[in-house]
Structure formats: C-alpha cells, structure tokens
Design a protein around this ligand. Structure first.
Ligand code: HEC
Ligand code: HEC
Length: 206
C-alpha cells in the first residue's frame, strides 16, 4: 500500500500518518512522505521530519530524552551499535532487526539517506563538535591541527595531558568556568557537556 501525500504542513502529515498507521495493521510500513518545498531542499530537515513521523513513536530521535519504546535505542545511541553509514542500506534492503517490533519500511534511497543524515546529526560526537565550534573555537583550537586564537587557551587536543578528559564532566557539571578573566562562564546542560567531552576525546593527541 502506498501513501503519497502532498499536504503542506508536517503536522498534517503527522496526523494523517498516525491515522493511516492506525488502520494499517500490516507488518511492513510505507515511509510517509514529508512533502514540502523547504523540506525537499534541506536534507537534514527532511530527515528530521521523516524520523519524527515514521520512527518517533518508538525511538527518541533527538539530542536527549528516552525512547517511547524501551527496546528501541534512542537515535543518538545508534552509533554505539553500528556504523551510521550502514543505516541507510539497512532500511533500503529491509534488514531491520528481526525478532523485534521494529517494522520493515518501504523506503526510497533518498529518504533513507536523509533519515541517516539526521541520525548522524544527533550523534554525541557530531553534536559536541558543533557545540565546541560555536562556543569555544573563538579562543581554543578545537580540531586536530588548528591554532588557538587566544594565546593562553590550550588547544583541546592537548587537554588529556592536563587531566583525564572525562574529569571535565565533574568539574563543569554546573557550569563551564575556569576563573580566567578572559574565559566567559558557560551555562550548559549536562547532555551538552557530555557531547562536548565525547568530541574532545576523539581529538586527543598523546
Ligand atoms: C514500532 C517501533 C519501531 C519503529 C516505528 C521504528 N523502530 Fe527502529 N527499532 C525498534 C526496536 C525495538 C529496535 C531494537 C531492535 C533490537 O534491539 O534488536 C530498533 C532498532 C533500530 C536500529 C538499530 C539496528 C541495529 O541492529 O543496530 C535502527 C538503525 C533503527 N531501529 C532505525 C529505525 C528507523 C530509521 C525508523 C523509522 C524509519 C525506525 N527504526 C522505526 C523499533 C522501532
Ligand atoms: C573568550 C575566550 C575563551 C572561550 C570562548 C573559551 N575559553 Fe576556555 N579558556 C580560555 C583561557 C584564556 C583559558 C586559560 C585559563 C587559565 O590558564 O587559567 C581557558 C581554559 C580552559 C580550560 C582549562 C584548560 C587548562 O589549561 O587547565 C578548559 C577545560 C576550557 N578552557 C574549556 C573551555 C570550553 C569547553 C569552552 C567552550 C564551551 C571554552 N573553554 C571557551 C579562554 C576561553
């Protein structure tokens, strides 16, 4: 059965999707379209809309929070189970895990790639990299071979020389503050801090 929708709003698509899912007690689901000019041009928005509509009732698809279905891993943890590049082929080839309540979807390659793009976007390391680029890169070097813009700010790739990087989580649990007059105090959510640390750990140099 194919459901092709040309409604403008994601909300309406979502409502129709819920109603159609309700009537479709089939083991295999069609991925519900999220048709909208803006969504068509932006892979990430398209992927997010598809994920919300088709996957969100089981998986948590965002940067934090729990899944509605306890057995369905939150999307941000999928990278711990498999390489993200394998997810689009898994969906296209209908190889979703057996012996579970994960349905098989009929899905186009583009849809699968855009969903995978979204899944990549919420992975801790990718999120942490965006955060340190936005908040810390103005002073600290935040990649493997860049220079700190502020001469007193240590490049993040050498932080492990100063202390175990995971220690930052404890030190900065409330706020990121060093007492240095040049470094602003940052209020962060613990999930943001964890993701920054996850990224910083990937760039450590001995
Ligand atoms: C009806 C609930 C349900 C829906 C809807 C659902 N999933 Fe799942 N999914 C699960 C469950 C449960 C698991 C865990 C399977 C296991 O542990 O064997 C899972 C596992 C996965 C995995 C991990 C597979 C692996 O072996 O590492 C991926 C990737 C995944 N889902 C993607 C998606 C995507 C993308 C969508 C939307 C297009 C989706 N799921 C929709 C229930 C669901
Ligand atoms: C405006 C500039 C600036 C920004 C932005 C900034 N820092 Fe800093 N940071 C500094 C300076 C300068 C120091 C050196 C402090 C010292 O030596 O006492 C420092 C020190 C640190 C240290 C301690 C390293 C050491 O030498 O012990 C950590 C950890 C740190 N910053 C993390 C961060 C994080 C995480 C962010 C982004 C959320 C950030 N900083 C953003 C300027 C900055």
């Amino acid at each position: 059965m194919s459901i092709w929708m040309r409604f403008g709003g994601v909300i309406r698509v979502g409502v129709v999707a819920l109603i159609s899912l309700y009537f479709m007690a089939l083991p295999e689901l069609d991925v519900v379209m999220a048709q909208n000019t803006q969504l068509d041009v932006d892979e990430l928005l398209h992927g997010e809309a598809l994920a919300k509509t088709n996957c969100g009732r089981c998986h948590n698809i965002g940067l934090d929070g729990d899944s509605a279905n306890k057995n369905a891993p939150p999307f941000r943890k999928l990278g711990e189970r498999r390489a993200i590049e394998t997810i689009a082929p898994m969906l296209v080839n209908k190889e979703s895990p057996e012996h579970t309540d994960m349905p098989r979807f009929t899905i186009t390659a583009i849809q699968a790639m855009d969903i995978a793009e979204w899944i990549y976007w919420v992975q801790p390391v990718a999120h942490g990299k965006r955060l340190v680029k936005e908040y810390c890169a103005r002073c600290h070097a935040v990649e493997l071979d860049d220079e700190s813009k502020h001469s007193a700010a240590a490049p993040f790739r050498y932080l492990a020389k100063l202390y175990p990087v995971a220690f930052l989580e404890e030190a900065f649990a409330e706020r990121i503050e060093t007492g240095h007059p040049d470094m602003p105090v940052f209020e962060v959510r613990i999930s943001q801090l964890r993701d920054m640390i996850a990224y910083i750990e990937t760039i450590q140099k001995p």
